[in-house]
Design a protein around this ligand. Structure first.
Ligand SMILES: [Zn+2]
Length: 219
């Protein structure tokens, strides 16, 4: 018990529970439903508590050279792996991009927490929309020099723009909507990164820690 959190865990939890106005503004925009899964700002803060309690482990990942994997959430282990020495607070150019990456991965943690059943492609679509919405709300943009990654970022940008998600909370995105289908297709098209895009899966929950009585699992 009371094992010290990793520096990365402290960094991610401090970000999710931040009182800094621009961060609360960005996280405050995360309010939409995609393919039946509701993303809400309160959930990101709940995951911050889970990390502080040690119920979700955050550890550094050493990505292989040439790999595009910067961060990953592993639902069965309740584990978030992020770049070693992740720095979400020191002012610098990459800060919002790195925060957006964390928003993406924490969206996967939320799907797990709520034990939601979805496909790999729709799980990713939800996470990409959340990350892009956070970035765009703060005047930045998620993009990539790698074509397959950038196709996904472009499709998520189209959704955020066309649905005016920076301005209108509570967007309801259906899997059958053409823009959502295009994003899911872009994820599916990146077979190297998402080989299991069409497999249905159910989050097994986040175990351990205390549950905020005002934020209970929905299923
Ligand atoms: Zn993802």
């Amino acid at each position: 018990m009371s094992e010290a959190l990793s520096p990365e865990a402290t960094e991610v939890a401090d970000f999710l529970l931040s009182e800094e106005s621009y961060i609360t503004f960005g996280l405050g925009k995360l309010n939409f439903t995609l393919a039946g899964f509701r993303v809400d700002t309160q959930g990101y803060r709940e995951i911050g508590h889970k990390i502080r309690q040690g119920a979700i482990e955050v550890r550094p990942v050493e990505s292989a050279p040439g790999s595009s994997v910067a961060a990953v959430y592993t639902g069965l282990l309740d584990r978030l792996s992020v770049p070693a020495g992740l720095d979400l607070h020191t002012p610098r150019r990459r800060r919002i991009k790195d925060q957006s990456m964390v928003v993406h991965e924490v969206t996967h943690a939320l799907v797990d927490f709520h034990r939601f059943t979805t496909t790999g492609a729709l799980d990713e679509a939800c996470a990409y929309v959340a990350g892009q919405l956070y970035a765009m709300s703060l005047g930045d943009l998620q993009s990539s020099s790698r074509p397959r990654d950038n196709a996904i970022f472009t499709a998520s940008r189209t959704i955020v723009q066309q649905r005016r998600m920076k301005f209108v909370p509570g967007a309801v995105l259906m899997a059958s909507d053409s823009d959502v289908a295009a994003l899911a297709a872009a994820v599916r098209g990146h077979t190297q990164a998402y080989p299991d895009a069409d497999v249905r899966r159910t989050g097994d929950g986040v175990h351990g820690g205390l549950i905020d009585p005002w934020y209970m699992p929905r299923n």
